[in-house]
Design a protein around this ligand. Structure first.
Ligand code: C2E
Ligand code: MG
Ligand code: MG
Ligand code: MG
Length: 302
């Protein structure tokens, strides 16, 4: 009887839901396997499925490269490139993000050291690394970060940790203490996707934040929406008064770039300036130093 009932239930079960659940489970297994392939040391493995891409962050007034944001890429053996928006949430739920996140930080710092030696500049080239809410909750966070910084021997101030606004708002007391300790070490803390978390701007001073990254959604509406230009202006003014840097994310057009320059936004990144690129291409960009000029020249030619 129970079996018959079970079977009956099975029939009302939406088959597309089952397919989705299976795909999710498959992806989780593949993720676990790919993470097992990660080298513990920095020696590259031939079967490595993860790599970092780097998107330039440029100073909007000088056009110079100030750093890169490291963005994780997963080249799945049969599905090809999978977006981090799809696999990071799975990695978080399953806590696979712990190992994966440490690898990202290690790899980003190791690469930064190479670039800093190859291309000394003042201030030294910086690296932005994304950290999710789950990662901030790790108890040995501070210790591990210190260890990686020591191993890679980069100046502590050239590491910038990006934490989303919603993560910051949800921090508990002890996590806030962790953030303060990170800041005390000299690490630069950035709020990623700023403007999407509905935080009241006045609460910002409670957190030890160095940089605001204005979410792409505001930047993309600059062309059409006067109100959003106003919002960006307000954020820039506020960040200024608190001594924070501002980075505009997702700059896709010349118009947006010029508008952001007018508004006094310090830094920017986006497809208009450069897509995220592999480390070889990033090295070529570094050799150029002047990024914006080249982009603008190309724009006026076409
Ligand atoms: P994010 O940190 O806000 O990164 C910016 C995302 O916007 C990146 O997507 C980047 O490729 C994309 N982007 C950059 N410029 C433009 C533009 O002009 N237009 C548009 N439409 N998009 C642009 P990506 O690489 O797919 O990463 C998505 C998200 O996944 C990231 O958002 C970040 O939250 C997360 N993520 C990526 N790598 C890591 C990582 O190593 N660790 C953790 N915890 N999260 C990561
Ligand atoms: Mg980010
Ligand atoms: Mg962002
Ligand atoms: Mg994002």
């Amino acid at each position: 009887r129970a079996k018959a009932k079970g079977k009956g239930r099975y029939e009302v079960f939406d088959p597309t839901m089952q397919t989705l659940a299976m795909a999710r489970l498959q992806l989780e297994n593949d993720l676990r396997r790919a993470i097992d392939l990660l080298p513990c040391s920095s020696t590259a493995s031939a079967r490595q499925e993860f790599c970092l891409y780097y998107q330039p962050i440029v100073c909007l007034s000088t056009g110079k490269l100030s750093g890169f944001e490291a963005l994780l890429r997963w080249d799945h053996p049969s599905l090809g490139l999978i977006s981090p928006d799809r696999f990071i949430p799975i990695a978080e739920e399953t806590r696979l993000i712990d190992d994966l996140g440490w690898w990202v930080l290690q790899e980003a710092c190791r690469q930064l050291k190479i670039w800093q030696q190859q291309f000394p500049q003042k201030p030294p080239l910086a690296i932005n690394v994304n950290f999710s809410a789950v990662q901030i909750k790790q108890v040995d966070l501070l210790h591990r970060i210190e260890e990686i910084l020591r191993e890679s021997a980069i100046p502590i101030t050239s590491l910038k940790l990006e934490i989303t606004e919603s993560c910051i708002l949800e921090t508990l007391d002890w996590e806030e203490k962790t953030l303060k300790q990170l800041k005390a070490l000299g690490i630069n803390l950035c709020i990623d996707d700023f403007g999407t978390g509905y935080s009241s701007l006045s609460r910002l001073h409670e957190f030890p934040i160095d940089t605001l990254k204005i979410d792409r959604s505001f930047v993309s509406r600059i062309a059409s929406d006067k109100d959003d230009t106003q919002i960006v202006q307000t954020i820039v003014t506020l960040a200024r008064s608190r001594g924070m840097d501002i980075v505009a994310e997702g700059i896709e057009t010349l118009f947006q770039l010029q508008k952001l320059q007018e508004l006094g936004c310090d830094f920017g990144q986006g497809y208009f300036i450069s897509m995220p690129v592999d480390k070889e291409t990033a090295t070529e960009l570094l050799a150029r130093k002047q990024i914006l000029q080249a982009v603008l020249q190309k724009e006026t030619k076409t």
